[in-house]
Design a protein around this ligand. Sequence first.
Ligand code: SAH
Ligand code: SF4
Ligand code: F3S
Length: 485
Amino acid sequence: MYENIDFDQIDLSGPAPEQEPERQYYFMAIARELVRRQSEKLGRPLTACTTTFGCQMNARDSEKLEGILEAVGYQKSDSEDADFVIYNTCTVRENANLKVYGRLGQLGKRKKNHPGMKIALCGCMMQEPHVVEKLKKSYPFVDLIFGTHNIFKFAEYLEEILSGENRIVEIWEDTDKIVENLPVDRKYSFKSGVNIMFGCNNFCSYCIVPYVRGRERSRKPEEILAEVKRLVADGVVEVMLLGQNVNSYGKNLEHPMTFAQLLREVAKVEGLKRIRFMTSHPKDLSDELIQVMAEEPKICRHLHLPLQSGSSRILKLMNRRYTKEQYLELVDRIRKAVPDISLTTDIIVGFPGETEEDFQETLDVVRRVRYDSAFTFQYSRRSGTPAAALENQIPHEEVQRHFDQLLAEVQQIAREVCRRDEHTVQEVLVEEINEHDPSLVSGRLSNNTLVHFPGDASMIGTLQKVYLEESKGFYYMGSLVTEEK
Ligand code: SAH
Ligand code: SF4
Ligand code: F3S
């Protein structure tokens, strides 16, 4: 385990080990020395700033990047005036992409006034050859570019750019490798994401993720459980199991195992209080999973179940492999087994060929299911995906009109649904001091709804019983319930 690593004890006289993660420890030890020397020369600590775009998987990757930056001696900074700046990028929609280029332009200007500054780019955008071409040509000030499959080699690249002047660009097309036990710097002390699988095999026709994240690979259950236990020993009470499609966990393991079985094992970890997971593809959601959710109190009363469209015709074109009726039937089964569950979803508006009628089908599902919240997206054409080649791309004005209509509907329903626990006492995991009012703390219910109530910093990371006085639409105001003796 990396926590036990004493970097000063690593033998740097010989060549780098071939084995992982030892090889990366070796480069961390050298990079540490380089950072220490530079910092001595400047008479101040070196700083590093990580910016994350995209999903929870990327957020978790960034914690790993930050773990390495911390291990080699950088101080974390929120400012892009830092000595090392890295963008962990997302390319799921065009606007995620554009944001990166915009910010990168600014960063180039800063670098001119900051001798020794290093700029790195990684994440999903880097897996697209046309992006890398553009970066090489138009953004020559970027020192390091690597992709999603070789992220475990970050320490090695870091050492190389710190000891030389050359730009490094290394992208792997795919990998079957999972490197364990690299350092991680968690954002929260009391909750953490835990990868259970990488990649995606579903190829929904609009989606670029399978192309930039590669084929599905599950982590071994013993590695996952060891990580969860380590996290719990370190103060974590809530884990979020992460994968693009957690319901197909374990299929490619040497000893196959279902996601439901994994959940039962994780739930046995003593000291762990809450388990969340993300994302569940409706086509693979099993009765076994529904049963575990009903039986296991540690599993949170929340399920994110992306709908994408309510029209069976569009769902087929999207290659989602379920129909409107199957989705609704699945929701019924879940609600029957776990009546107080909160359901959330993702919906895309304006998929090629989507008609008024198709859109009405989506609204119909939204009205029937009554989601606690829904992320709504305008369809974004991603080159290389099958949907990008479809005729009948929808004009922007029409997409916008439907999008606005959907959002209004979703929000209206959410306001009604979210008050279901008003005037009851519920457990809240306190996450932070309220941003706007320091006399309040903010936390989440098992079903993920936000609650604000009077409290102090000592409560952060603890579960508290809170009376939910008033629903404000998407959150509650509450008050602490003191236990009667
Ligand atoms: N694996 C997850 C989703 C990951 S991407 C799942 O299958 O649910 C997160 C969301 O982005 C998707 O659910 C989808 O709603 C949205 N999305 C993906 N590709 C998109 C595109 N080309 N245009 C608009 N939204 C998209
Ligand atoms: Fe994309 Fe579909 Fe895979 Fe989700 S399941 S990441 S939407 S291809
Ligand atoms: Fe974006 Fe990559 Fe996640 S494309 S949504 S960061 S897997």
